[in-house]
Design a protein around this ligand. Structure first.
Ligand SMILES: [Zn+2]
Ligand SMILES: [Zn+2]
Length: 140
């Protein structure tokens, strides 16, 4: 994501543009599925000093405006990504925690059609596929 795109996105969503929010947003786009700690490392490399609190604040503001998406797999720290709004799913390696995107099984979003929606208007289905990544598959 270029700096110009990031600035525009923040403005479109009504967020004040700050160097810290820009750095955090660009870090998320560079490091999809990164933890807050990963994002902090990338953002710090880009703008120098940024406190952990500032990283968390920026992640919170960006998540609230749906500019980024927060994913919280069981027993794992929260991860962040800038691929939003398409209801894609994730594959998570139980051994090393590596996470990758996986599109909906049939190209459409059949998982949004619950067998009984109980009258709810459904807009997201959280599907996490757990297993082992190729690098971990042969390991004990
Ligand atoms: Zn693995
Ligand atoms: Zn993803």
């Amino acid at each position: 994501m270029s700096e110009g795109d990031a600035v525009q996105l923040l403005r479109e969503r009504g967020l004040q543009v700050t160097a810290q929010r820009l750095a955090v947003l660009r870090a998320v786009s560079q490091r999809p599925h990164g933890t807050a700690e990963d994002i902090e490392t990338v953002a710090r490399a880009e703008i120098g000093a940024i406190s952990r609190q500032a990283v968390y604040d920026a992640l919170g503001a960006l998540t609230d405006r749906a500019i980024i998406r927060r994913i919280q797999p069981a027993h794992s720290p929260a991860r962040y990504e800038d691929r939003v709004g398409d209801n894609h799913h994730h594959l998570v390696c139980r051994r090393c925690g590596q996470m990758v995107d996986v599109d909906c099984a049939v190209g459409d979003t059949p998982c949004l059609t619950a067998s009984d929606d109980a009258g709810y208007e459904i807009d997201e289905a959280e599907v996490v596929y757990w297993g082992r990544c190729p690098a971990c598959a042969g390991e004990p």
